[in-house]
Design a protein. Structure first.
Length: 60
């Protein structure tokens, strides 16, 4: 996984956690849902990059 991709996934996860927290504090269910969605997207990106790394290791 490239450092850039790892950083993007990490940033998306943090962004989602903050947005979810704001939704909790303000009582806004849309912010809360969008925050959880961003966290899920970050997890998918991270998993995809890990799979790429494993395939590359296997081929090498």
């Amino acid at each position: 996984m490239s450092i850039e991709d790892r950083a993007k996934a990490f940033a998306k996860n943090i962004e989602g956690k903050v947005q979810e927290g704001v939704g909790e504090v303000t009582g806004n269910p849309n912010d809360k849902a969008e925050g959880k969605a961003k966290q899920a997207e970050a997890q998918v990106r991270h998993t995809a990059e890990n799979l790429k790394d494993e395939v590359k290791k296997t081929l090498d």
